[in-house]
Design a protein around this ligand. Structure first.
Ligand SMILES: Nc1ncnc2c1ncn2[C@@H]1O[C@H](COP(=O)(O)OP(=O)(O)O)[C@@H](O)[C@H]1O
Ligand SMILES: [Mg+2]
Length: 374
């Protein structure tokens, strides 16, 4: 069994250990030398270039992805050439553009924040007037880790993005109500082409400056929310025909409702805890799903798992530089390096602690992460 992963980031990298364990031949098309998943790279090249991607696909059984940015014309050509592509082009189209995503989710009757498409400051002003003078503006494509997301409180606050959009695609910007959420949650599920869906526990996620910082699994004190989130994510995966892992990023409102923020159709930062905290990790499950194999048990192996991202750290340092002290202090914590050098705000790895008390587990995970962020 040969799986080809397009994109050489840390998500592709973290698919490698379960592929090795299962004897699956994993091959990565990386964007350049020195990428996080270079350890498994069989090819270096541009995922937007049709010939490069077709050549890469020629000797694998299924194509999947580290990110959602492969252009639709390339995806269509892969399918036309008879390759199995998971998730497929129609599902990915929904994850590639935040306006398309809002349209589809609204069409499916899924709960989402109030939203509109705006092309200029006048239209933005109308939306602001209707929403208490504040809103969130998003560029439809290419954003991640909060890049392309901006809270606005004046009609001119997105003028630079309107200018870029007008000069580029001509597509408008997405504007949404600024949700005064109690907290952010994420529901991850995996779905096989033949339809089986498995869900991990609902988790709480903490974002700082738009970037995932910490994840608590399962989401503490959640009442009926887990059942609702699982049903919602299962329905989205099924109705959108997602294959592989689907992450549903959610807001829990102050009156206890769930709203969908966005969807990601790949393993997701809020699922990294599953490597050390679940019977089947999101990376193993993704491989099983895209190969249309029976899915593994997503149950947690401990009452609590806490994941803390390693963001930033001393410029030029790598996580292994600090392993001596960190390992000595925290022998029970699991450390994951993405093989990147640190610089301000860069995600270079994560740690996961598991335990029977939430407070203690959080404290241990934060202490372990602290060794890399000083
Ligand atoms: N409508 C909104 N109301 C309040 N906060 C938001 C809203 N949309 C996004 N955010 C905040 O910004 C973060 C990043 O936004 P998101 O749309 O998920 O972009 P990205 O693609 O960068 O993950 C979210 O996790 C949340 O913290
Ligand atoms: Mg997001």
């Amino acid at each position: 069994m040969r799986v080809g992963v397009i994109g050489g980031g840390q998500l592709a990298r973290m698919m490698v250990p379960p592929a090795v364990a299962l004897g699956i031949d994993i091959r990565v098309l990386a964007e350049g030398e020195g990428m996080s998943a270079a350890i498994a790279a069989r090819a270096i090249g541009d995922y937007r270039d049709l010939d490069t991607v077709l050549a890469f696909a020629a000797d694998v059984d299924v194509i999947t992805f580290d990110h959602e940015h492969v252009p639709q014309n390339v995806l269509a050509a892969l399918v036309a050439a008879g390759h199995a592509v998971h998730p497929g082009p129609d599902a990915l189209a929904v994850a590639q553009d935040k306006i398309v995503m809002r349209e589809r989710l609204t069409g499916l009757g899924a709960p989402v924040p109030d939203w509109a498409v705006v092309h200029d400051a006048v239209a933005l002003g109308v939306f602001l007037d209707a929403h208490g003078g504040e809103a969130v503006v998003k560029t439809p494509r290419g954003g991640y880790d909060g890049k392309g997301v901006r809270v606005v409180r004046s009609t001119e606050a997105a003028d630079d993005w309107f200018a870029l959009a007008a000069a580029g695609t001509g597509e408008g910007l997405l504007v949404e109500e600024l949700v005064d959420f109690r907290r952010e949650l994420a529901q991850l599920v995996a779905r096989r082409p033949s339809g089986e869906v498995r869900a991990w526990p609902l988790v709480e996620t903490v974002q700082r400056d738009g970037v995932c910082a910490e994840v608590f699994a399962p989401a503490p004190s959640s009442g009926e929310l887990p059942e609702a989130a699982r049903a919602l994510a299962t329905r989205m995966a099924t109705e959108l025909g997602v294959t592989g892992v689907l992450a549903v990023e959610l807001f829990e409102t102050n009156d206890g409702r769930l709203l969908i923020n966005e969807l990601a159709m790949r393993p997701h930062n809020t699922g990294h805890w599953t490597i050390d905290g679940a019977v089947t990790s999101q990376f193993e499950q993704h491989l099983r799903a895209v190969l249309d194999l029976p899915l593994g048990d997503p149950s947690p192996i401990a009452p609590w798992s806490v994941m803390v991202n390693i963001l930033g750290g001393p410029t030029g340092a790598t996580m292994p530089d600090r392993y001596g002290v960190a390992f000595a202090d925290r022998p029970e914590v699991k450390f994951h390096s993405y093989g990147k050098e640190s610089r301000a705000g860069r995600k270079v790895g994560h740690v996961t602690a598991i335990g029977s008390e939430l407070d203690d587990t959080v404290a241990r995970a934060r202490a372990a992460a602290g060794f890399f962020q000083a």
